[in-house]
Write a protein that binds this ligand. Structure first.
Ligand code: PXP
Length: 246
């Protein structure tokens, strides 16, 4: 029996990346989302980027219409995204920083420097009934600012841990652990994501405060070899394994 099971949100952005490489309609990210749901995913995440490089507007509309598990709508804090999110009202949204030139979301949101703007932005989303999470680095000042701003959850960026080598790996894991504990102490629900794979997921799952992981790129790559369903089930087993040793 695994106590305190972590929810798994499956990010399907890169199914759309492959589809868009040929400009057609397959592989269909909504089909992948429905398969993830069948395989036991607790939620689906999709990032509608400003440049629409993977997920498109119609994907989000179809995901909202067809999924029975919650959609976590990843978005930059722009006026355009605010209009879309308040119109579609997904179960939750995760605000991420976005730069056009980056390959993926490279760092966490700077909540400290953008405090006033984000406060107003989050309150507009909340008024429309959208629950908001902020994607931040495991940094105490960013966590404090997120709490003061009024969100009830944050997602800690696991990229630095995943990419770290040698002794730095432990340093980064400790940052995640301290960050997650701090979130818990101030009453923030805490999620994690970015770059997680079979090798790194167990150690992060051992940090007891995390309640949800959002994982995409690795799962979609693995799905090429073993199928999406098995990739998700194997990830689930490893996440549970991290919790069993607690
Ligand atoms: N969480 C957030 C906020 C992200 O921006 C991403 C990447 O889109 C992920 C999780 C998933 O990261 P990955 O695709 O590397 O698993």
């Amino acid at each position: 029996m695994v106590e305190n099971k972590i929810r798994l949100g499956v990010n399907i952005d890169h199914v759309a990346t492959v589809r868009n490489a040929r400009g057609g309609v397959y592989p269909d990210p909504v089909k992948a989302a429905l398969l993830a749901q069948k395989a036991g995913a607790d939620g689906v995440t999709a990032h509608l980027r400003e440049d629409r490089r993977h997920i498109k507007d119609h994907d989000i509309e179809r995901l909202m219409a067809e999924l029975s598990i919650p959609l976590n709508f990843e978005m930059a804090a722009t006026e355009e995204m605010l209009k879309i999110a308040t119109r579609l009202r997904p179960a939750s949204s995760c605000i991420v920083p976005e730069k056009r030139e980056e390959l993926t979301t490279e760092g966490g949101l700077d909540v400290v420097s953008n405090y006033n703007y984000l406060k107003e932005y989050v309150s507009k989303l909340n008024s429309a009934g959208v629950s908001v999470s902020l994607f931040i680095d495991p940094d105490v000042e960013q966590i404090k600012a997120s709490k003061e701003l009024g969100v009830d959850k944050v997602e800690l960026h696991t990229g630095s841990y995943v990419d770290a080598e040698g002794s730095l790996k432990d340093v980064e894991l400790e940052r995640l652990s301290v960050g997650a504990r701090f979130c818990n102490n101030v009453g923030l629900e805490v999620h994690a994501g970015h770059g997680l794979n079979y090798e790194t997921v167990i150690a992060v799952a051992r940090i007891p405060e995390f309640t949800e992981f959002n994982i995409g790129h690795f799962l979609m790559g693995e799905a090429i070899f073993v199928g999406l369903e098995k990739a998700i089930l194997d990830m689930r087993i490893l996440m549970d394994k991290g919790r069993e040793v607690l």
